[in-house]
Every structure is written in structure tokens, then in C-alpha cells.
Ligand binder design. Structure first.
Ligand SMILES: [Zn+2]
Length: 114
């Protein structure tokens, strides 16, 4: 079951929501002050998921949410998946570049420009 965390714009407390099926944003209320001015933040469940777990749970056919693309840790996941499927071991260079992209996307963009 997906778990989302929302930060309240009013009192900045976190509200954890277990999402069952589709739930409109209007249904989410701050647990502390009841405000609906809440913003979804990246779930801690995903944060603690390791790269290999991410890769094994990655499904190229599934529809990606907007947050999937916003999460820099998902950069290169598709490439990794394709390599694994083809039985190709990613090179160290590939892995290093991927790691850099995931941790500091802006620096890598600058690096490849020069
Ligand atoms: Zn609040």
C-alpha cells in the first residue's frame, strides 16, 4: 500500500496518509490543524528503498507518476533495467555516472557541457 507524507503549509507538521485506490488531494487534511493546504513530499518508504530493490520492483510497462520523474534517484533506472534484461553487466563508468546523476544532477549536466 503506498504511503504518502504531506507537509502542512500552515503548521508545517507532517501527515502520513495510507492511500487506498484513488484519493483526491482535497481529501487530505492536516492531522494537526485540519488545513487542506498540504503538499505531498517524497515518501520515506521510497527514500529507504535501496537501489537494487528499486530496480527489482521497477516495471517498465507501468505508468510512472510525476514524482517518479522528479525523483533523481530514479534516473537511469530504465537503462539499468534494460541492461539487466539483456544480461549485460553495467560498466563501472556507467555506474559512476549514474550515481553522480542521482546525487547531483546539475553538476553532471555542467560536466558534460565542457
Ligand atoms: Zn497543519
Amino acid at each position: 500500500m503506498p504511503i504518502y507524507e504531506y507537509r502542512c503549509a500552515g503548521c508545517s507538521n507532517l501527515t502520513t496518509v495510507f492511500v487506498q485506490g484513488y484519493q483526491g488531494k482535497d481529501d487530505i487534511r492536516c492531522e494537526f490543524c485540519g488545513s487542506t493546504e498540504v503538499k505531498r513530499i517524497i515518501s520515506p518508504v521510497n527514500v529507504h528503498q535501496s537501489s537494487s530493490e528499486k530496480l527489482s520492483s521497477y516495471d517498465p510497462a507501468s505508468k510512472k507518476s510525476e514524482s517518479f520523474y522528479r525523483d533523481s534517484r530514479n534516473i537511469g533506472l530504465h537503462a539499468e533495467h534494460m541492461l539487466k534484461k539483456a544480461g549485460v553487466k553495467p560498466t563501472e563508468e556507467f555506474k559512476t555516472k549514474l550515481e553522480k546523476l542521482r546525487t547531483d544532477p546539475s553538476r553532471v549536466i555542467k560536466d558534460s557541457d565542457s
